[in-house]
Design a protein around this ligand. Sequence first.
Ligand SMILES: Cc1cc2nc3c(=O)[nH]c(=O)nc-3n(C[C@H](O)[C@H](O)[C@H](O)COP(=O)(O)OP(=O)(O)OC[C@H]3O[C@@H](n4cnc5c(N)ncnc54)[C@H](O)[C@@H]3O)c2cc1C
Length: 556
Amino acid sequence: MPFTQPAPQLANQYTDDRVLRSYLARTLCAGVLRQIEPQLTEMGELAGGPLYGFQLEDRFNLPLHTPWDAWGNRIDRVEVSPLWRAAEQLAARQGLVAIPYERANGAWSRLHQFALVYLFTASTDVYNCPLAMTDGAACALSISGNKALMQRALPHLTARDPGQFWTSGQWMTESTGGSDVGLTETVARKHGDGTWRLYGRKWFTSAVTSQMALTLARPEGNPAGAKGLALFYLETRGADGRLDHIVVHRLKDKLGTRKVPTAELTLEGTLAFPVHGLSDGVKHIAPMLNITRTWNSVSAIGYMRRGIALARDYAKRRVVFGEPLSNKPSHLDTLAGMQAEFEAALHLTFFLVEVIGRDEAGELAPEEKDLLRLLTPIVKLATAKQCVAVVSEALECFGGAGYVEDTGLPMLLRDSQVFPIWEGTTNVLALDALRALNSGAALDALGKLLRELSQPVTEARLLAPARQAQEACAKAVRWLEGAAAQGNDIVEAGARRFALTLGRSLSLALLARHAQWAFDVERDERPLAATLRLGHHGVDVTSGEDVGMSRSLALD
Ligand SMILES: Cc1cc2nc3c(=O)[nH]c(=O)nc-3n(C[C@H](O)[C@H](O)[C@H](O)COP(=O)(O)OP(=O)(O)OC[C@H]3O[C@@H](n4cnc5c(N)ncnc54)[C@H](O)[C@@H]3O)c2cc1C
């Protein structure tokens, strides 16, 4: 028999996940964990079994846009893949959007939701995209004070009955820009009958199959810039089931997220309703973005975990130079480095989720709200970058098979590459983090948090990383003070390094705190090893690059 390479296998993605289980055991009270664990186990079984198999089989089913029917009528029908149709049903039944609004477990409801999302995400071909926007829309509407829209949409967005469930789009990006949304050209016109109608072109509208969208438009006569934009609610189809004055030009042909029908479309008088006044739309859509950015972070750790789970299994099967890869020291060293980055990212992301849960339960002190505002962009940008690096490394763990399409592996990297781009690129989010500093309150809260996290750390080997986290954060703050004195260009040039340093420092501190607990309670030294490893990778990436030299290095 010729030699063949064994395919990697996935176990139950919950019961097999030491890191998630240990984190939940420390964080949740036993009663809540007991209550949600059967659902996590079920989702883990689906994700590692039938859904994963379905995903591999469904590889060639791309979304299909049919602009015209056979008789020349414009129909713009968009069909999604079979896995997407199944994922929608599953997501509704499991309450992936509903859970935080039902709030059955109080402040822990967000953690319950996002633990499920983390398990669901890598097996469902980026169906997390419409779910993220749906959750974001539910959040933005539920705090908008617009009773009519809340009554109309929230029961659908949070439905567990797939027949009632709606998803929402988040239509911001135009060809003028996704980061610079103040350039939005879509106009809102008030008609004689008192209704508002939208006219303009939206350049990236993911999951165009959604029943509704929140979008930005400029009411006629409003000033240019972001402040003159208003947030509008629209339903994509009228009572007759046809698209409401929306023309879908085409679906984008993308590197990854290929199952997501991301359309270019024109609004040609679509009925819309102001969500909250006729200006400050960017401010009013911010709650939606905070939620979609958190979904991005959770998805990033889900993809890291998937890459590692597959690579780890393969290492035990693949024989090279007479023994399994899992006996090869340099391969193990590579896997350990990936695992350390993943564990750090998981603790960082779920810490953000905990804070959101407490915020929604009304438990946050004012300074913690400042911290939450800062954490959201930082966690998103840090985990997205880690994900691309870890998943890229995971593909290399398979050698040539990692580059071959019918293993299903390249898709992981292609899909991961979107995490640093949508919902705000790394640099755009780093600048957002600077705006979140709120005259120092958020940084004070972060410094206090790092000190608190270090307090339970007593194991001798963990003292140095706990100190390293505090020192790196303090150094970043000193860098910012120095840079601010030199001018805005210096601050902006170092913003990414500043934000990454804060994110990595906090993740190291969270990891050290968890490692102490795992050491004491579970007699497990693996989180300790991950902490030491992350410390060796380094968390301080601040530096004082010369802006003038960077300019000529970059452009000349
Ligand atoms: C698969 C996919 C699906 C998407 N779906 C949606 C959707 O459903 N709805 C939606 O609204 N959008 C969607 N987007 C768009 C996405 O949010 C934007 O592409 C993203 O926000 C970046 O905006 P941009 O494309 O205009 O890039 P640009 O803003 O032009 O960015 C180009 C570069 O400029 C940098 N940059 C921009 N501003 C600054 C600055 N001030 N300082 C330093 N650097 C800066 C960026 O970091 C980036 O490196 C989607 C994108 C993708 C790839």
